[in-house]
Design a binder for this molecule. Sequence first.
Ligand code: 6SG
Length: 229
Amino acid sequence: MSASFYICLVFSHFVWIFVLPEYTIIYFDVRGRGQAMRMLMADQGLAWKEECLTFDAWLKGVLKRDAVFGQLPAFKDGDLTLYQSNAILRHLARNHGLYGKNPREATLIDMVNDGAEDLRIKYLHLIYKNYENGKEEYIKSLSTEFGHFERLLAANNKGKDFVVGNEISFVDYNLLDLLLIHLVLAPDCLSGFPLLSAYVKRMTSRPKLEAFLSSDAHKKKPINGNGKQ
Ligand code: 6SG
């Protein structure tokens, strides 16, 4: 075989290793439960691919049948296919140093992420099941909900760092996503929360995250699947 063939082979291998995205998100065309992992990867300089499908294609195809819990998002890391958005966040966190500096911090990060998940479930219930009748009351409940996170920030170096410890972790991306979608639902919802407001500013000014958030790929993606936000 000619030398140029080998050069090609080496070059294509090089391209494979360094250019092709390592990760794939398989999901509907929404920010939804895919958004925290997207922000994590963008901010950490990780490349990923999106495989987007319509709800119809999802119901008719084999993907739903094969999905571990019959739901999306799915996430591919090489030959590993994962489901459950929080497990995917944790997988990325373990592999990219985003799970605290020690077991104590890891546990606190899990605790805050479970609190974030509780709020996400309430938000999704409003969006998909009770938007017209429930929006007003839901917005009123936010002062209690955000109070929990404001106090967590206050207790961690007076809110000057991240939500746990002094290094970014996966829960920061999950919390930021929740805060950003609530700012769309109720633009004044953070007005009584100076630490959360400053946290959102600080997080969204991180250069790679800022670039991602101002990209068309992000801006054109609907927050939810039913047009409500
Ligand atoms: C929906 O619930 O996107 N997955 C959803 N729905 C389709 O057949 N605990 C796991 C996790 O954390 C929850 C997964 C989650 O990963 S997420 C899923 O798979 C199913 O069950 C919210 C989301 N909604 C957007 C959406 C577009 C198409 C289907 C859901 C428009 C709105 C509702 C129907 C069509 Fe829609």
